[in-house]
Design a protein. Sequence first.
Length: 267
Amino acid sequence: MLYPNKLIITATLAKSYISLDVNNWPHNPNEMVEDVVKCYEAGASVVHLHLPSGEESEIVKRIRERCDIIIQAGFSARSIHDRESSFKARPEMMSVALNHHALSFPSKTLNVLHPLEELEEYCKKLKDLSIKPAWEVWGTGSFWNLNYLCDKSLLDWANPHILTLFFNWPGGTWSPPNYDEYMHRKNYMREDCIHSVSVMGDEQMKLLVFVLTHGGNIRVGTEDYPFLKKGKPAIDNAELVKNYVSISKHVGREVADPSEARKILGL
């Protein structure tokens, strides 16, 4: 594999569900496109987007006219039917939850089951559209589901498998944001996977620095944690990306550009 030690930074630009009083995320398509470009210039090679319904194709087109960042479409809690316009936009990747969503925020609660039949349908549809699944892993049960799909030969086209591991997201799929939990999941991860880590809340930096110094990749942005440190909101998502680019350079881990990230992720 080329560039095996380079760090892939994913920027996630949605609003913060845990800090609604902070207001540093893009609020409309124009702001979203500008924020994506700034994150790309800051060092992000992937962007995770909650694309506004009906405007997905136009926003993806506008981003691609400005930079070559890898686009990952979000809203994995929605049904396949509700994501049709995102499929038509043809992002390089689309997030898919490998088990159910059970999340609880001050303004909303999610409790969405993603059965195996739905995951099988995702595998077939994404293959037909040449969109790579970005699997969301909320616990070790997610690995059982991934193995099930692989055993049915539904993902032979998708190696390496792209995973995002979630920690400290409140609700029934919560898991502790600590080294033991991270290493526990790594121990059960398939060898043919590339993983990134998302941490919600004040413990983010402590775990993400451990992750990037132990070969993993990281996801940062206002959706996960809109602060540079506790009590200090970032100006925007680009500042959050720059912060982790600086940290990675300080500890001797180079950051992958989008071209290098595409090779690492098998895109």
